[in-house]
Design a protein around this ligand. Structure first.
Ligand SMILES: NC(=O)c1ccc[n+]([C@@H]2O[C@H](COP(=O)([O-])OP(=O)(O)OC[C@H]3O[C@@H](n4cnc5c(N)ncnc54)[C@H](O)[C@@H]3O)[C@@H](O)[C@H]2O)c1
Ligand SMILES: O=P(O)(O)OC[C@@H](O)[C@@H](O)[C@H](O)[C@H](O)CO
Length: 384
């Protein structure tokens, strides 16, 4: 299997690339970071440090890396069997340009072999978004070929992988938690489903994507923003604070009740899932900085993302939502001069006031009652 993976970052090297290589794929990374591409090509391997109750170091070898903007990537798309991405939701549209060019070459050459594309990003239906962006760039005459030969497969991806920079010495080594989960939509593949150990198939993907994004990521982001307000540096420090842990657990329960009602998850099992996640946040072997988890607050305040979507669910079902409201208020307080979206958010608040800024980021009506609740909490947090 010829696999091309866009994004040789934390999750690319530490999770998806590793699973593909372990399953015997001929793996090529494509990345926009020239230095990283050079380092990968020089070493042709990297180490993955798996930390949990037990620890081990695995080596991923026989890999190749390409500059994401190079013609070699277009060639590679023309012959690939599987293409995956882990670049961040905001970068998918750029990948779509490259994918459309590679697919055009593939179709012009008459390659009608099945190809599957899986975006492994923290977003609901990320691959469907990528497909729409590719179609918008591909000449109409090739749309039927794309529908017939190319599977765009949505997925949910879960493994906590902090930046490689946390490791001393080896710039390519990644440290990952032992837990991992990659769930893909069985019905969206074209041709034979690739055999990748650790890739699970489901007929109910949306439920699993929302379960992951609106439990783990909802709890993670609230830990980050409350932790930042309290002056902590890492997620472990923040979640070890009993007051923060209580609020994070409450927020995950509020969001969880929406998931239980919407998808029929077993309530007790879901509560156990929440407790397991709280344990993962406290992993003593991971140094996961609040700055990473809190990154891009405007994305995180989006209507479809981990804060606002669960909140809207609680309103839909008439459920309690005080902890989610406090988490959103903490997001509005988030300051980080090194994060352009945090700077932009604070600029909006300074210029137009907090209600307008929240409405602009989230799509909530500025005069909605829940916006009033969030603003009240925001003011309390700012004073406290
Ligand atoms: N790290 C985690 O714990 C984790 C877990 C699950 C899901 N995710 C998701 O995985 C995705 C990647 O996250 P990450 O933590 O690995 O980020 P990262 O910043 O470590 O990696 C992203 C990589 O993409 C590369 N990149 C940027 N623009 C590119 C382009 N145009 N073409 C090719 N490569 C490009 C960057 O150079 C970088 O190496 C995000 O959507 C994130 O939400 C992350
Ligand atoms: O990657 P983001 O910015 O969407 O979210 C930050 C973290 O919550 C996230 O990367 C988690 O570590 C990951 O989703 C765990 O599976």
């Amino acid at each position: 299997m010829k696999a091309l993976h866009f994004g040789a970052g934390n999750i690319g090297r530490g999770f998806i690339g590793k699973l593909l290589a372990d399953s015997g794929a001929e793996l090529t990374f494509a990345d926009a970071n020239h230095q990283l591409v050079d380092q990968l090509n020089h070493a042709q391997q990297y180490r993955v440090h798996v930390v949990g109750v037990d620890q081990r170091i695995d080596t991923v070898s026989n890999i190749l890396a390409l500059d994401a903007g190079s013609e070699d990537v277009i060639e590679r798309i023309a012959v690939a069997d599987l293409i995956t991405t882990a670049v961040g939701p905001n970068v998918l549209d750029r990948i779509a340009d490259t994918l459309a060019r590679g697919l055009l070459l593939r179709f012009e050459r008459g390659n009608a072999a099945p190809l599957n594309v899986i975006a492994c990003e923290n977003m609901v239906r990320g691959t469907a978004h990528l497909k729409a962006a590719v179609l918008a760039r591909l000449p109409h005459g090739y749309h039927a070929a794309l529908e017939q030969c190319v599977g765009f497969v949505d997925s949910a991806v879960d493994r906590i992988v902090p930046p490689a920079a946390a490791n001393d010495g080896d710039p390519l080594e990644v440290t990952v938690e032992s837990f991992s989960e990659w769930i893909v939509d069985r019905g969206q593949f074209r041709g034979d489903i690739p055999q990748v150990d650790g890739m699970e198939l489901t007929d109910n993907l949306l439920a699993f994507v929302e379960r992951k994004l609106f439990t783990l990521n909802t709890g993670h982001i609230i830990t980050a923003y409350l932790g930042s307000l309290a002056g902590y540096r890492t997620i472990r420090e923040a979640i070890s604070d009993p007051a923060i842990r209580l609020k994070v657990r409450q927020a995950m329960h509020e969001s969880g009740e929406v998931l239980v009602r919407r998808y029929g998850f077993d309530r007790q099992l879901h509560h156990a899932y929440i407790e397991k996640i709280l344990g993962r946040f406290a992993n003593p072997h991971l140094v996961d900085e609040i700055e990473r988890v809190g990154r891009q607050p405007l994305r995180k305040l989006g209507a479809e993302d981990r804060l606002i979507k669960p909140l809207l669910g609680t309103l839909e079902y008439g459920l309690p939502h005080a902890a989610l409201v406090e988490g959103i208020a903490a997001a509005l307080c988030y300051q980080n001069a090194a994060d352009p979206q945090a700077v932009e958010l604070q600029g909006w608040i300074a210029q137009d006031g907090v209600s307008q800024a929240l409405s602009r980021a989230s799509g909530l009506a500025v005069d909605a009652a829940v916006v009033g609740e969030i603003v009240e909490h925001y003011q309390a947090l700012r004073q406290g």
